[in-house]
Design a protein around this ligand. Structure first.
Ligand SMILES: O=C([O-])CC(=O)C(=O)O
Ligand SMILES: [Mg+2]
Length: 624
């Protein structure tokens, strides 16, 4: 339909004025609206509920939300009109999960595993989420950091099917109309990025879409939030990444980033459009914005909308939880430490600010709390004589001489904890680590930059240069480390411990705003969940495989807080908060696709015995 739009316009992204060359915006909307009204009828409310009476035949196999593959029973196949459209074999979901695991394992490269899982979610959504939620430890590094970073870097190359919503600066004044094109009517949570600071990889423009997609898949896999309630959004305002602008595979707008008032107005319009389309209590998680925009937008929107910034607040929460839990190993309370932040961007300052609240909760004054926190960035130690500090950094500036090198700062200040959020690999040199070990019985070394390639040091280096005495955490996963006969399990201090549970708590109570306290509550819940076994292996977080139950506990606590403080808006107040939250969760098992009144004989009556999954799996080909 749009083929006659001049190529130079297409190359720069479709704009509203260019569309109107072919058809007026109003007509375009009528057309789109019509399509989606139809689609909505087909899906009913989607997710766990469907309207089989309106969806027929092949759609059941093609629609990822309805498809069960070979798990359609014989009576379902006959009733739905898909009998004969796939091989006769029936499989249980457990067999399917087992086969998927084997299939992923057969790929040697993580990016190929990522592509397999993406394809699975495009084919059979429920199977994808069940697989993910039952194999969190194995697949988190694939659908999330670090592999998702690689997927973003190769986004144009691996792009197959659209996921999420792309709203470009050319859509300004039409954000609402684009949002209306999203086929789901009951979105409760949005994760949005403008792609300017994707993990520690920098400006990836529209290729950053992998991040909101990955984050929201964890909403479902780790917190049981229904997938149709989640919407990933990429705000494409251009990119300053020259390599991408010249890359023929790049899928975003080919222009430099729009900044200043135009950017601001666009973000404002987007937020208003979200509320107009989905309501005031729609949660909007900001992700991977550049630090200055991240802080400014959070400050501006936090009392206006239901927003949080995961890189500032989610990361802060998980790291403060880690610091609280460190006391079990270091035998020092958080007030007894001296902290040196390495990097002074959004993540570092977010942690520093929440740490101040945690220190105040332990009895320190604001000044005394801030006095314990030092920071160093590219231009040196954050001290009062520096003229280049922003308002967020100034509050941590010390009356101290200027120091440029991290090594010298560690030698002078003698911190008991160094917290890296600098996106600079190798910054924690052997010398820095050895100094930490010389000054502390149990030094705290957090190398938080993501993905793994950006971590300030590896787990191996941290344990080796501190003779196994450090308490180590990283943002991306590291494998266990053997050092002098002892096996250490490096902790992954990633916000994935926090944001799914926080989001679940917020959307189940429908709060209109997210107060800072919520992240301290989440940190305390998480810190209390670390067990003896993890601590004995040097890990300060519960095992990754337990994140699902962590999320539920965080959500329950937030729900209780919401009613205690009168900020929840779901009434009548549920008596048992945990049960209430559980009742809202996604069902990871297939539901029957038969209409309730359907009169076909049951599979058992037809003498078709499903095979024993264990037996089938044992006969499957093994990994080469
Ligand atoms: O995505 C992650 O792994 C953590 C995070 O938010 C970031 O590094 O920006
Ligand atoms: Mg992030």
């Amino acid at each position: 339909m749009f083929t006659s739009i001049p190529q130079h316009i297409l190359g720069n992204g479709l704009s509203w004025s260019s569309l109107s060359l072919r058809l007026t915006a109003t007509n375009a909307y009528k057309l789109t609206q019509h399509i989606y009204i139809d689609k909505k009828e087909i899906h009913g409310t989607c997710g766990d509920v469907m309207s089989p009476s309106l969806t027929k035949g092949f759609d059941f196999l093609r629609d990822p939300r309805l498809n069960k593959g070979l798990a359609f029973t014989l009576e379902e196949r006959q009733a739905l009109g898909i009998h004969g459209l796939q091989p006769p074999r029936y499989k249980t979901m457990e067999e399917q999960v087992a086969l998927c695991k084997i299939s992923v394992d057969r790929y040697h490269e993580d990016l190929n595993k990522y592509l397999y899982l993406t394809e699975l979610s495009d084919r059979n959504e429920k199977l994808y989420y069940r697989l993910l939620s039952e194999n969190v430890e194995a697949f988190l590094p694939i659908v999330y950091t670090p592999t998702v970073g690689l997927a973003c870097q190769k986004f144009g190359l691996i792009y197959r099917r659209p996921r999420g919503l792309f709203i470009t600066i050319n859509d300004k004044h039409h954000c609402y109309d684009v949002l209306k094109n999203w086929p789901e009517g009951n979105v409760r949570a949005i994760c949005v990025t403008d792609g300017e600071r994707i993990l520690g990889l920098g400006d990836l423009g529209a290729s950053g879409m992998g991040i909101p997609v990955g984050k929201l898949s964890l909403y479902t896999a780790l917190a049981g939030i229904k997938p149709h309630q989640c919407l990933p959004i990429l705000l494409d305002v251009g990119t300053n990444n020259q390599a991408l602008l010249e890359d023929p595979t790049y899928i975003g707008l080919r222009q430099k980033r729009v900044t200043g008032q135009e950017y601001e107005d666009f973000c404002d319009e987007f937020m208003q459009a979200v509320v107009e389309r989905y309501g005031q209590s729609t949660l909007v998680q900001f992700e991977d914005f550049a630090s200055n925009n991240a802080f400014r937008l959070l400050a501006k929107y936090r009392n206006q909308y239901c927003v949080f910034n995961d890189d500032i607040q989610g990361t802060a929460s998980v790291i403060v939880a880690g610091l609280l839990a460190c006391r079990h190993i270091t035998k020092k309370k958080i007030v007894d430490n001296t902290y040196l932040f390495v990097g002074a961007g959004g993540a570092a300052l977010g942690i520093a600010n929440l740490l101040v609240s945690a220190l105040q909760a332990e009895g320190l004054s604001l000044e005394d709390a801030r006095a314990k926190i030092w920071a160093i960035d590219w231009n040196g130690l954050i001290v009062k004589s520096r003229k280049d500090l922003n308002e967020h950094q100034i509050v941590f500036a010390k009356d101290f001489k200027e120091i440029n090198k991290l090594r010298d700062a560690v030698a002078e200040i003698k911190p008991s904890a160094i917290i890296g959020a600098s996106a600079t690999p190798g910054l924690f040199t052997p010398e820095v680590l050895q100094l930490m070990a010389a000054n502390n019985e149990r030094p705290i070394i957090f190398a938080l930059s993501n993905p793994t390639s950006k971590a300030e040091c590896t787990a191996d280096e941290a344990y080796k240069h501190t003779q196994g005495r450090c308490v180590f955490a990283s943002g991306s996963p590291f494998p266990p480390v053997e050092y002098e006969g002892v096996t250490y399990k490096p902790s992954q201090g990633n916000n994935a411990y926090i944001f799914p549970g926080v989001a679940l708590g917020i959307i189940s109570t429908q709060m209109y705003h997210i107060r800072e306290e919520i992240f301290l509550i989440a940190a305390q819940v998480l810190a209390d969940l670390v067990c003896e076994k993890s601590l004995s292996q040097g890990s300060i977080y519960p095992p990754i495989s337990e994140i699902k139950s962590v999320s539920l506990k965080i959500a329950t606590k937030i729900c209780e807080y919401g009613y205690e403080r009168g900020v929840a808006s779901v009434y009548p107040e549920p008596k048992d908060k945990r049960k209430y939250i559980e009742s809202t969760l996604y069902n990871f098992n297939y539901a029957s696709s038969l209409p309730a009144s359907y009169g076909w004989p049951k599979q058992a009556d037809m003498h078709i015995k499903p095979l024993d999954p264990a037996e089938v799996v044992s006969k499957l080909p093994k990994k080469p």
